[in-house]
Design a protein around this ligand. Structure first.
Ligand code: FAD
Length: 295
């Protein structure tokens, strides 16, 4: 990259930054430029620069659903801070920074004696990532709680409502990134809310390989099927490529046994897709987002 925005401080910009530590799977190469703007104003200047100069720009949230390629990420890899704007709490509405952890909405829900976001408890990542991915479980999805989203584009910041969304996907305008999210929660039965979260978290502990690096569900569930059951059915539970393994606990999860490469992970994913298609006729679609260049 010839140039970089010249307003960035040393704390905001790192060149050739390894990205593995910034993802939950802990694989992949370096970011050519890793930028974490300190203010919303600095963030907008970065967007304007990238747009003007034609520099590729990628957004990394908490990296809990991202696979970084072994050959690294060209251009700017942008991360958001969690304190661009003060949080706003108005009755049942919570307006939070997209760079904040998903756990923040759960914490504030409990503090404000509200209910509705129980299904987000235990999902790692940021609120920006949860909005972009429409994160959720069988008990609910993020966007059903979202009243409005603030987007940043090279033209500035603006609130939008009524974004369309579906299973694990929200239609964000091209080139826009989420800076704030307004959640509309509700009053309800607090004991029931606490019970739901306890049950969910216990279920996660029992069924998910949380002690090993992973990125959650690898594939979306095809209509009428569970991706994990299909992968298990074709005998791939526990299968390894290099240091990546299809979890012995949950076949729709891949774990990094230590030192796995992105090529190990994509190798396993390709094998699962091939075997499941050949033996069951069902196509598996990755839920996980690829970032950067793959060998
Ligand atoms: C242990 C574990 C359990 C999980 N359980 C679940 C679960 O139950 N349900 C579920 O849905 N997911 C689950 N996941 C996946 C992951 O937690 C969610 O997809 C989460 O929403 C990812 O957020 P993130 O900030 O880490 O996103 P990232 O992985 O950083 O990014 C994901 C996508 O969102 C985009 N993005 C990130 N931030 C922004 C932004 N501010 N503006 C625009 N786009 C943005 C990125 O460009 C990328 O395309 C799990 C993952 C792990 C590791």
């Amino acid at each position: 990259m010839a140039t970089l925005p010249d307003h960035l401080t040393a704390a905001e910009l790192k060149r050739q930054e390894p990205l593995a530590p910034w993802t939950s799977m802990r694989v992949g190469g370096v970011a050519e430029a890793y930028v974490k703007p300190a203010t919303a104003d600095s963030l907008l200047k970065v967007l304007q620069f990238a747009h003007r100069e034609g520099v590729p720009l990628s957004i990394l949230g908490g990296g809990a659903n991202t696979l970084v390629g072994d050959l690294g990420v060209p251009g700017i890899t942008l991360r958001l801070a969690s304190d661009y704007f003060p949080e706003e709490i108005a009755g049942e509405r919570l307006t939070l920074n997209a760079g904040s952890a998903i756990a923040r909405v759960v914490t504030l829900m409990k503090q404000q004696r509200l209910v509705g976001a129980e299904f987000l408890a235990g999902i790692p990542g940021t609120l920006g990532g949860a909005t972009a991915m429409n994160a959720g479980t069988k008990n609910g999805e993020c966007m059903s709680l979202v009243e409005a989203v603030e987007l940043a584009t090279p033209d500035g910041l603006g609130w939008v409502t009524g974004l369309s969304y579906r299973y694990r996907h929200t239609d964000l305008p091209a080139g826009a990134l989420v800076t704030r999210v307004r959640f509309a929660l509700r009053k309800g039965d607090l004991a029931d809310s606490a019970q739901k979260m306890e049950t969910d978290l216990a279920y996660r502990k029992r069924t998910q390989p949380l002690s090993q690096p992973n990125f959650g569900s690898v594939f979306t569930n095809p209509s009428g099927h569970f991706a994990g059951s299909l992968i298990e059915q074709v005998g791939l539970k526990g299968h390894r490529v290099g240091q990546a393994q299809i979890s012995t606990l949950h076949a729709n999860w891949i774990v990094n046994l230590g030192g796995a490469t992105a090529a190990d992970v994509t190798g396993l994913m390709a094998e699962a897709q091939k075997r499941v298609l050949a033996e069951t006729g069902v196509t598996l679609t990755p839920e996980v987002k690829r970032l950067g260049r793959f060998a």
